[in-house]
Design a protein around this ligand. Structure first.
Ligand code: SAH
Length: 392
């Protein structure tokens, strides 16, 4: 079915066409010509230099990313289109995670819905509308999400810093229904209570859900979870380890870990409200030893300029962690900086192991959970790296 003839157009340069055909869904300003009167948020037909249609994209004005591919055909991008894409995303989660009720339901470009993030915590959803095209369709999308999931409420957490790059203000609030605070959800055998409205990110870090469970399987003896947030790693480890020390600098998050430990009946979780860099240094000075350590810091590299400092930060914490591990101990170490790719992160780990003078086995190379699908051709969707290492 052809699109309406009055759909605005974007003309790609040869370089833009090459990128588009290679499968890269983002086209930068220099590679796309768009008339001045085409508003941000519009769906545009994407043309090659000879005027042939390559598909359709969302248009942005403020952002360096001028176009985001929505589809390679001319099907109308209307309510039915969004309904089908949301249904397809939901079907994938049912297939990948049968019986689970908490996961990322829509992962932006990775689900063919650029600029839309939807996390599901049981009966409640959290949305992020990150580009003008999604922001404009907010009410439609909320209605479609309620119809698709039957959720009891939606929290909008469009307070992510990336909205500023699109000229959108930071906003948060209740979008549909009523949402308790905190909301309780499950990860494997563990129950976690988090605040969807006031917590970090969308209330929790669902991208680490599968890694939390994996870390729980490796945990034994004395365990340490640095940068713990609500205790996603710490509580999985508490099921097997003798004792878990959770280190977290935010008072609100530290209180959540304590409450979550009580909720699950764990009396072997010690919460330390401290800067993890200081904790690791002091632990080393005090001659402490651990059998299992998790490092899951915030993104140290927020932009290209901060990469060198970020690499030094990753090296410092990983070096200290390796020195604190008993022989045979496990280190689960993550980086969510998309400016530091897996090869660079691996290089840091190797340098840390060399300085610690230990031989290290790579047991697993992991990423975000399968509910955060990576789009082949879009490196930016592969932001989370997580290594499981064992000290020989
Ligand atoms: N591991 C968590 C997510 C961690 S997000 C999970 O899987 O759910 C990073 C956490 O580190 C945040 O909770 C933040 O408050 C905390 N943080 C940031 N800087 C820190 C520091 N220097 N020391 C300790 N915690 C820090």
């Amino acid at each position: 079915m052809p699109t309406l003839p009055d759909t605005p157009v974007a003309s790609l340069t040869h370089r833009g066409v090459t990128r588009w055909l290679a499968g890269h869904p983002w086209i930068y300003g220099g590679d796309a010509g768009v008339a001045d009167d085409v508003p941000a948020g519009a769906v545009v037909r994407v043309l090659d230099p000879r005027g042939r249609c390559l598909g359709q994209a969302f248009h942005s004005r403020a952002s360096k990313i001028r176009l985001r591919r929505v589809t390679g055909d001319e099907r109308p991008v209307d309510a039915g289109f969004f309904r089908d894409r949301i249904a397809a995303a939901a079907a994938l989660r049912r297939q990948l995670l049968p019986g689970e009720h908490s996961y990322r339901l829509v992962h932006g470009d990775g689900d063919g819905l650029p600029g839309l993030i939807v996390d599901r915590y049981g009966d409640y959803l959290v949305t992020q509308f990150l580009i003008p095209a999604m922001e404009e369709r907010r009410e439609l999308l909320a209605d479609l999400l309620v119809a698709q999931t039957g959720c009891a409420g939606i929290v909008n957490r469009s307070d992510s810093a990336v909205r500023a790059l699109e000229g959108l203000p930071a906003e948060k609030g209740i979008l549909r229904g009523e949402v308790p605070d905190p909301v309780v959800y499950r990860e494997g055998q563990v129950e976690l209570a988090v605040s969807l409205l006031h917590g970090q990110k969308t209330g929790a870090f669902l991208d680490q859900r599968e890694n939390h469970i994996v870390a729980g399987r490796y945990a034994r003896g004395e365990a340490l979870d640095c940068f713990s947030y609500a205790g996603g790693f710490a509580l999985q480890m508490a099921r097997r380890a003798n004792r878990v020390t959770a280190v977290e600098s935010s008072a609100a998050a530290a209180a959540q870990i304590r409450a979550n430990a009580v909720r699950n009946g764990f009396d072997n979780v010690e919460v330390v409200e401290e800067n993890a860099f200081d904790f690791l240094r002091a632990a080393q000075d005090a001659g402490r030893r651990f059998d299992t350590i998790v490092l899951d810091p915030p993104a140290f590299a927020k932009n290209k300029a901060s990469i060198p400092g970020a690499l030094r930060g990753y090296k410092e914490i990983n070096l200290r962690a390796l020195r604190l591990l008993n022989p045979g101990g496990t280190l689960v170490t993550a980086s969510c900086s998309h400016h530091v790719d897996e090869a660079a992160f691996e290089g840091v780990l190797q340098a840390a192991a060399a300085d610690a003078r230990c031989d290290v086995q790579v047991l697993e190379r992991r990423g975000a959970g399968r509910d955060h699908p990576v789009l082949l051709g879009l490196r930016e969707t592969r932001y989370l790296k997580c290594f499981v290492l064992r000290v020989l």
